[in-house]
Design a protein around this ligand. Structure first.
Ligand SMILES: [Zn+2]
Length: 146
């Protein structure tokens, strides 16, 4: 749950501050990676992003889960950006996960209730996957909260 929420924070910050969209991701307990279309990602920027995602943890943003009728969900630009259109047509309702003020996605996963529960996040590595495609690796530091 902490890792999943951390992924949303990363995705939200990278979109908000750099306009780079996420193309994929993968996670395991306490670590994960995300792929972005993010041409100018390099070392200095990685440190800056790390500081920014931890600032969002410190901002203690609430995480809100809602279920919206499909039509209504399709009116929300943030959801369209995260490829809501890939949802099968037969699904009448869309479950959304919002980090209030930062990120909104169609999502079926479980998350913590507030970003403070994520604890500190470290960006452990990044690499180019060719062209504008970049991968960022994150790891969560121990908090005592599981
Ligand atoms: Zn999620």
């Amino acid at each position: 749950m902490r890792t999943h929420t951390a992924m949303h924070i990363l995705c939200g910050v990278v979109w908000r501050d750099y306009g780079a969209s996420v193309t994929g991701g993968n996670m395991e307990p306490l670590q994960g990676r995300m792929d972005f279309e993010f041409e100018r990602l390099q070392g200095d920027l990685v440190r800056e992003i790390e500081a920014k995602i931890n600032a969002e943890v410190d901002a203690e943003r609430d995480v809100r889960v809602q279920t919206l009728p499909r039509d209504e969900a399709f009116q929300i630009p943030d959801l369209i950006r995260t490829r809501i259109n890939l949802l099968p047509e037969g699904i009448p309702e869309v479950r959304t996960v919002e980090i209030v003020g930062l990120d909104l996605q169609a999502d079926g996963g479980t998350h913590v209730a507030n970003t403070r529960e994520v604890g500190q996040i470290r960006i452990t590595d990044y690499k180019s996957k060719g062209g504008i495609n970049k991968r960022i690796y994150i790891e969560l530091l121990p908090t005592g909260i599981t």
